[in-house]
Design a protein around this ligand. Sequence first.
Ligand code: SAM
Ligand code: SF4
Length: 322
Amino acid sequence: MDGLYDAQGRHIHYLRVSVTDRCNFRCRYCMPGRDIEWLAPDQILRYEELLRIIRVFVRLGVDKVRITGGEPLMRKNILSFLGNVAEIPGINELVLTTNGSLLEQYACGLKQAGVRRINVSLDTLNPSRFTDLAGQDQLDQVLAGLDKAQAVGLSVKINMVVMKAVNSDELADFAALTLQHPYQVRFIEYMPFGSESNRLLTANEMKEQLSTAGYTRLVPETSDESVAQIYRLPGALGTIGFITPISRHFCHTCNRIRLTADGCLKPCLLSNQEYSLRELLRSGISDSELMIRMKDIVFHKPAQHQLDANHKSHRTMSRIGG
Ligand code: SAM
Ligand code: SF4
């Protein structure tokens, strides 16, 4: 069988690459404590090292790559790196996740580099709440970035992490964005990454809340997405997605593997299992040896996450990439 498969028979062809652990925001749910110690420069993979790992994965059958962080747009020369990734034959989809703060200035360059679609994290449309949640007064910059992304023709998904009694009263406002814009607004169940475990609002509760606000008809859309349930409000330009890592986990269809900025492969977001490739790369491992190692790591991907069994992550989300 060609391609990468794990012991459960899942076909793994989506690689998420974190290019930095640094970020100009301090989102409460991502960096609890907010007092972060950054990786030293030599702990972070150089672009050549990242490109080598991506190329080897593509030879093994990976066809979708997402660049994330920390905040990926904060890493120097990110556009030329993205251009190099986009040119790797075999990659059908190159996407990026960003907090949007630098998007106005980067949108055009992203498009030119070969990125077709971006996910922008935005949890509130209220300026003072934004400052409280992200630790920075930058809502206007993010909104300007969204406009610019749309203007240059990037396809945009907005990721809202929904937290009970924090921003859950804004569900209807976010849904309303899809009436006027071709965005896909994705409501993501909050994952308690070692903090505030009582913030979860399930997708069913979100749907009830939208219905109470007057959005009674969510029309299901067909989609090849494995992680989101997609709907459209009647007449809307955009769509609404629900991502349910907690209430209805999608582990059985998981097709992804993660590479952290310090060179660890993480076969599951919600497991502490990880395998460093950095020292192997730096001690002269050949591509064929690297392939064998990668196949073995993928094969041992955990069957499903352990979040409900009081999993405590050894890494903050910002050190994984989401
Ligand atoms: N800085 C970029 C951004 O914010 O989009 C990329 C990295 S961020 C770690 C990637 C994604 O992880 C974001 O969409 C963020 O909302 C999500 N995330 C972080 N902590 C989370 C949590 N506890 N539960 C659910 N999603 C989380
Ligand atoms: Fe930074 Fe993204 Fe984490 Fe917010 S979610 S602190 S923007 S890495």
